[in-house]
Design a protein around this ligand. Structure first.
Ligand SMILES: [Zn+2]
Length: 370
């Protein structure tokens, strides 16, 4: 299986994130992608190639131009305004309650502030999404990785994998958040729809609900969104991801949320995956975009499922058994010691190759990287 990777992600060199008021060591770090790259290189069956540049038009096909402008300008502007922090993190957000009672016209007249901190809140969801000097370059490269992966599949590959970082599925049309800046999977799906004129399904198996992807395609009947995730009653992003969110207008019925309880293990997860795959099988179309996350792993520091490395191989096999072509894009996964082994297991399954968690150079006895 061909793999697309860009070292430009290294420029988004996140060190800390802010959670419940405390600066903690960041979860979404460069080491994640490097672990996966090393494991796929060691496997020998995943040739790695660089992305090609696609420009900003595919981004603007799903995102507000103001959001693109903000991500490009934010760091420079923060420096110009003498915000001397290691990163730019929002702390004040225009929550809808702030405008309660105002008419839609009055709300529409509210303008984006000039303050870099205020703008970070205007375009942001949460406090765990630091912007740094290299964030824009990395986020642009992640989009190019996703679009190049889609190109490979549109060009005839049965499946291809894009090692996107930063991830994308929490980014909505006009909002960054949850470690995400541009919605790589949504941008790739939109590009596939435009290239083929066919319906596309997005299967999101990251631990978290992909609120951004759901929002972008909420009223779209030509993109089916299916997500398995930790129930928002207890997990980020809290306010979206429930069963009763099924889409509206032309998108009515084209959104399937499958929230799952804490402690979900291999068997229960596979049953839920089969439900999601059955919904995709009922929808016409030839290409599936997979938002692939490994924060469903048993030791993940921010997820609370209990999946094993072995089950990822089975998951990859079952997704491939749909018989559709796969644009597989990396989202989350934060237990770094097993990230390479987990990605390799999933992708070998999707590639029709046996699991073989064999100890190899750089791999520990349990299939972990270390
Ligand atoms: Zn996640």
């Amino acid at each position: 299986m061909r793999v697309v990777y860009s070292p430009d992600h290294l420029a988004h060199d996140v060190v800390t994130e802010t959670v419940m008021g405390a600066a903690i060591p960041a979860n979404e770090v460069a080491e994640r992608a490097e672990r996966i790259r090393a494991a796929l290189e060691a496997d020998g069956g995943f040739p790695i190639e660089p992305p090609t540049e696609h420009g900003t038009d595919p981004i603007l096909a799903v995102h507000d131009p103001g959001l693109l402008r903000f991500v490009e300008e934010a760091w420079r502007e923060a420096r110009t305004q003498a915000i001397a922090r290691p990163n730019l993190t929002a702390d004040t957000f225009p929550t809808f309650r702030m405008f309660e009672g105002m008419s839609p016209e009055a709300v529409a007249a509210i303008a984006e502030t000039r303050s870099a901190g205020g703008r970070a809140g205007w375009w942001g969801l949460d406090t765990a999404n630091p912007l740094l000097a290299g964030t824009y370059a990395a986020a642009r490269a992640a989009v190019d990785v996703a679009l190049t992966t889609a190109d490979l599949v549109l060009g005839g590959e049965r499946a291809a994998y894009g090692l996107c970082r930063p991830p994308g599925h929490h980014a909505a049309r006009s909002m960054i958040g949850g470690y995400c800046f541009f919605n790589n999977a949504a941008i790739a799906a939109e590009a596939v729809v435009r290239a083929t004129g066919q319906r596309v399904a997005i299967l999101d198996v990251d631990f978290h609900h992909g609120n951004g992807t759901q929002q972008i395609f909420w009223r779209r009947g030509d993109v089916l969104y299916v997500s398995l995730h930790g129930d928002p009653e207890r997990q980020f992003p809290y306010f979206l991801g429930r069963v009763n969110e099924t889409g509206e207008g032309e998108g009515s019925g084209a959104n399937l949320n499958i929230p799952l309880p804490a402690g979900t293990g291999d068997e229960a997860y596979l049953a839920a995956l089969d439900r999601g795959l059955a919904a995709i099988a009922e929808t016409p179309g030839d290409i599936v975009v997979v938002s692939l996350g490994f924060d469903t792993y048993g030791h993940d520091p921010i997820g609370d499922f209990a999946l094993t490395t072995a089950v990822y191989h089975e998951c990859g096999q079952r997704v491939a058994a749909l018989g559709r072509r796969l644009v597989i894009l990396q989202e989350g996964g934060y237990y770094r010691p097993a990230l390479g082994a987990n990605a390799r297991a999933w992708l070998r399954g999707a590639d029709g190759r046996p699991y073989e968690p064999r100890p190899a150079a750089g791999f520990g006895p349990n299939g972990s990287d270390r």
